[in-house]
Ligand binder design. Structure first.
Ligand code: SF4
Length: 167
């Protein structure tokens, strides 16, 4: 079942394999800097070792979920020549990173639906969720600052929620 958090790799420029950094260790087989394509990434944005990732030490790739940030960022930059222009590519990766944070926060606040925190906090939670949904589903670079502000408010809300639960 498709949800607001379903990743659609077929509509993504393999941003998780390019935009993000990882270190060689138990989760990944080599070091990779942010913005550099993984050396197992093929030109059609597919993983050339997909079926063997676990065997080759790339459990981290299997576990990662962009929660739909990848196809959202890719759709925005599809008309732009980001492949040839590093400055545009950096903007694409920055948008992906921000969308990833928005989607992670959005899912956290959806999950909080089950918590016994009272009507006021749930009302606030729903208001923040509506803002997150608006930012994530209609994202463009002009609203990056607003989206960052919403994320800040969400983090403050989560702290208060934690205190309410501990009381
Ligand atoms: S190993 Fe495959 S899935 Fe993992 S980052 Fe590289 S190309 Fe992507």
């Amino acid at each position: 079942m498709e949800t607001d958090f379903s990743a659609d790799c077929g509509k993504c420029f393999a941003l998780c394999c390019t935009a993000l950094a990882f270190d060689r260790g138990s989760q990944f087989g080599h070091d990779k800097a942010a913005g550099q394509p993984c050396h197992h990434l093929a030109s059609d944005f597919r993983c050339s070792i997909h079926a063997r990732r676990e065997a080759l030490g790339y459990d981290g790739c299997e576990e990662f979920d962009c929660l739909g940030a990848g196809q959202r960022a890719s759709a925005i930059f599809a008309p732009e020549n980001w492949r040839r222009d590093p400055a545009i590519a950096r903007r694409l990766y920055a948008s992906f990173s921000l969308l990833l944070k928005l989607q992670e926060m959005r899912r956290a606040l959806v999950t909080a639906e089950e918590l016994d925190i009272g009507d006021d906090l749930h009302g606030e939670r729903l208001e923040l969720l509506a803002n997150l949904a608006l930012h994530a589903d209609s994202y463009n670079e002009d609203i990056a600052e607003d989206a960052g502000h919403t994320l800040k408010n969400c983090r403050a809300f989560l702290k208060r929620l934690k205190s309410a639960l501990a009381a």
